[in-house]
Design a protein around this ligand. Structure first.
Ligand SMILES: [Zn+2]
Length: 327
């Protein structure tokens, strides 16, 4: 029962994250946390029933599980993971009934949220009408709790009218930047760390900011001194470059194609403009301590189709990078 209940909570949260992702990311933060921490008994029962129903669906999906012969997938099959696929040109791909963008060359990418259900169904319809179905098992992850104190309280809660207007304006800009994606598979060249250094925050951790429970951490934090160059982890098109967002401070959004996007926060310097094409490894700006921070670091987050995924799963472990560079 406990397992079902947890899965139900996970699914509900995943839906909430997906809905909230393209709209305001911060406005309703307080409200959401309240809903999550104090669910009433009816909603718990509803979630448990939903989880059981989803489990039944997953069982039935197994009946249709084929060994894929005309598509392949590689990547991270766990919560927050990204999966990179390849099939034949002209194929259609659906993940849990939703269309996944397929490039002219048959490449596709999709991801799983932090609170993803334990299984998903991928259906590939080839140009000649042949259909292949495959049930994917998604590994559960444990996420730590992270307490951060000493943040400027005006960046945590109790926002003034003027601050709320600024937050809403920022939110609108992000939403506008995320209306479209490019069809080029810039993600296919793989990802490198945008900066190297000590990892000071991980994806998905339950955050308590100045004593207040907040939404899970949306990306990975790398501590580095102000002015350290930030390099594009993969090629892409800049969709937003703003120096003064309320929470994010200096913010760059980079579209890697197929609805996969990187965000770089708290930057002290921004060297790119919206619409600009960036190659993997190009310097796009510099680390800073702008927005909601206690010190200089780069926050790197990633979204696939509006849903947060874990950038750390796309790159080699930081320890390997630092060993290689002789640090
Ligand atoms: Zn962060």
């Amino acid at each position: 029962m406990r397992v079902f209940l947890m899965a139900g909570l996970a699914l509900t949260t995943a839906c909430m994250l997906a809905t909230a992702a393209s709209a305001s990311e911060t406005q309703t933060e307080n409200q959401k946390v309240t809903n999550q921490t104090e669910p009433d008994i009816d909603s718990l029962i509803r979630r448990a029933n939903y989880a059981e129903a989803m489990r039944d669906v997953a069982e039935r999906q197994k009946v249709f599980d084929d060994t894929p012969t005309r598509f392949s997938m590689a990547g991270n099959f766990s919560q927050g993971g990204l999966v990179f696929g390849a099939t034949e040109p002209g194929a259609m791909v659906k993940l849990n009934g939703e269309d996944v963008m397929v490039g002219d060359d048959g490449r596709f990418v999709f991801g799983f949220g932090r609170d993803s259900a334990p299984s998903a169904l991928i259906v590939v319809t080839l140009a000649d009408g042949v259909v292949e179905r495959h049930a994917i098992e998604i590994e559960d992850r444990e996420f730590p709790v992270q307490r951060i104190d000493g943040l400027d309280q005006s960046k945590v809660s109790g926002f003034t009218e003027i601050q709320l207007v600024k937050i809403a304006k920022d939110s609108k800009k992000k939403k506008a930047a995320r209306l479209d994606t490019q069809s080029l598979a810039d993600w296919a060249g793989g990802f490198d760390w945008p900066v190297t250094g000590r990892i000071s925050g991980v994806f998905g951790s339950q955050r308590i900011l100045n004593g207040e429970p907040k939404r899970p951490h949306s990306g990975v934090d790398v501590a580095a001194t102000t002015g350290t160059p930030v390099r594009a982890p993969a090629s892409g098109i800049v969709t937003l470059a703003e120096g003064d967002m309320y929470f994010e401070g200096g913010l760059i959004l980079l579209d890697h194609g197929h609805w996969l996007e990187s965000a770089f926060l708290h930057m002290s310097r921004i060297d790119v403009v919206p619409g600009q094409r960036i190659e993997k490894g190009d310097i796009i700006g510099a680390v800073g301590a702008t927005g909601r921070v206690t010190g200089p670091h780069l926050h790197w987050s990633m979204k696939w189709a509006g849903m947060l995924v874990d950038p750390q799963l796309t790159v080699v472990p930081m320890s390997q990078v630092q060993e290689n560079s002789g640090n």
